[in-house]
Structures are given as structure tokens and as C-alpha cells.
Design a protein around this ligand. Structure first.
Ligand code: URA
Ligand code: SF4
Length: 221
């Protein structure tokens, strides 16, 4: 097989990712997580503290896909444990969904940031990074085999539905794509945190919970 390189050169979108070669032959969640810990398929491993792999129930019928770990997640090594995670927890609870029964991951598994004073400022992953990381997401989907994938925000939607997909136009709708579980895209919890005032935050939170409530009937195993 052709050498896909050592992951040291920049990758064009659409090129096979070096991550693919790290996927174990007979994957389990543990084996995947271990393999992903050593991933160098894009440059983000250099600045992220660690690979933040997905977490949750192996039997989950719903899988949530965020963008990438944030500052807190990078330190703790777990997805959605910072401010966006707290908001997600709150929304899940309001929608009657048990976080312990779902699986939560990200489209990109290293934290991308740039320094701003003493803070690490979040930066959006680019298309090459999203595609470099895609084999991990595909492996998680292949292993968990959820009935529904919930894409949180534009990056997750871009990863699985392409760049032309607009969350604002199709949020909350169930979408079918060949080779994938049923998909629902909605907003990213961080977008609700960024709402300019309490009133709009409340309105956006209600809309988010409304989207999540559409999952409930399908959640039962
Ligand atoms: N935002 C994400 O998209 N994922 C996380 O894990 C945390 C914040
Ligand atoms: Fe590998 Fe994804 Fe980390 Fe890039 S972001 S090094 S592809 S795990």
C-alpha cells in the first residue's frame, strides 16, 4: 500500500488521512482511544495537551458530535466538561435525555487555540484538520452504531454533511445520508453562551431544547 506519509506534511482536503492507518483491526472503544492518543495526522497535536476522545455509553442510540475540545476539555481529556458542556447538560436534562445513555464526541479531537494574553483563545478548525480527524469519528460511528447522530454546530455539520449545509436553515430536521445513521443538526451550545443578552439566550436555549426533545421518542433502545 502506498505510504500515506508520517503525518508531518500538510494534508489537502480529500486526501486520505494518516489517522486511517492508526485505526486498529478489531476496534473496541478502548483500543480506539489508545490509538487516537498517539495521533499526529494534523498539526493540532503539537499545541493540544492531549487527544480528547469521545465518551459515553457503548450501547448509545444517540451520538452527539461537537466541534473540538475547548480549554477545559484539553486539560481534563474529556469532551464537553467546560462551560459549553454545562449548558449541554442543562439542555439534555430539560429535554429528558440522560447524558449517561448517550455518546458524546467531537469532529476534531485536539484543542486549537492561539494565545491572547494569558488566555488560550479558541480557534475554529479548518477543513484540512476536520478531514484529517474524520477517520476517528467514522470509527466511533462504526463501533457505537447509533440510531441518530446529533451534529452540534457548523463544524460537525461540515464534517459530515459538507460545507454547503446551513444549520440555521435545517436545524432540528432529520436528514438521511447514505452510509450514515439518521442525522439531526442543531446549534452548538457555545453559540447560546455567546448570546448578547439574557432574553436572547433564553430564546435560543428554548429552541435548542425543542430540537433535543425531538430525539426522545427515538432514544429508547
Ligand atoms: N465545544 C465542543 O465543541 N466540544 C467540546 O468538547 C467542548 C466545547
Ligand atoms: Fe489526529 Fe485529530 Fe489530533 Fe489532528 S486533531 S492530530 S487528526 S486526533
Amino acid at each position: 500500500m502506498e505510504q500515506a506519509g508520517l503525518g508531518l506534511e500538510p494534508r489537502e482536503v480529500g486526501q486520505p488521512s494518516a489517522a486511517q492507518e492508526l485505526i486498529p483491526q478489531a476496534p473496541t472503544l478502548l483500543r480506539l482511544r489508545d490509538a487516537a492518543a498517539g495521533c499526529r495526522a494534523c498539526d493540532l497535536y503539537k499545541t493540544g495537551t492531549q487527544t480528547v476522545f469521545g465518551e459515553g455509553a457503548e450501547q448509545a442510540s444517540v451520538m452527539f458530535v461537537g466541534e473540538q475540545p475547548g480549554d477545559r476539555e484539553d486539560v481534563e481529556g474529556k469532551p464537553f466538561v467546560g462551560p459549553a458542556g454545562r449548558l449541554l447538560d442543562e439542555a439534555l436534562e430539560e429535554a429528558g435525555i440522560d447524558r449517561g445513555r448517550v455518546y458524546i464526541t467531537n469532529a476534531v479531537k485536539h484543542f486549537k487555540w492561539k494565545p491572547q494574553g494569558k488566555r488560550r483563545l479558541h480557534q475554529r478548525p479548518n477543513a484540512a484538520e476536520i478531514s484529517a480527524c474524520r477517520p476517528w469519528l467514522d470509527a466511533e460511528i462504526g463501533l457505537i452504531k447509533p440510531k441518530i447522530l446529533v451534529l452540534l454546530g457548523a463544524t460537525a455539520a461540515q464534517a459530515l454533511l459538507g460545507r454547503d449545509f446551513r444549520v440555521s436553515l435545517q436545524r432540528g430536521q432529520f436528514i438521511e445520508r447514505p452510509g450514515l445513521p439518521l442525522i439531526m443538526a442543531t446549534v452548538h451550545p457555545s453559540s447560546i453562551l455567546r448570546a448578547p443578552d439574557d432574553e436572547s439566550r433564553q430564546i435560543e436555549m428554548e429552541a435548542f431544547v425543542r430540537d433535543l426533545k425531538r430525539l426522545s421518542p427515538q432514544q429508547a433502545p
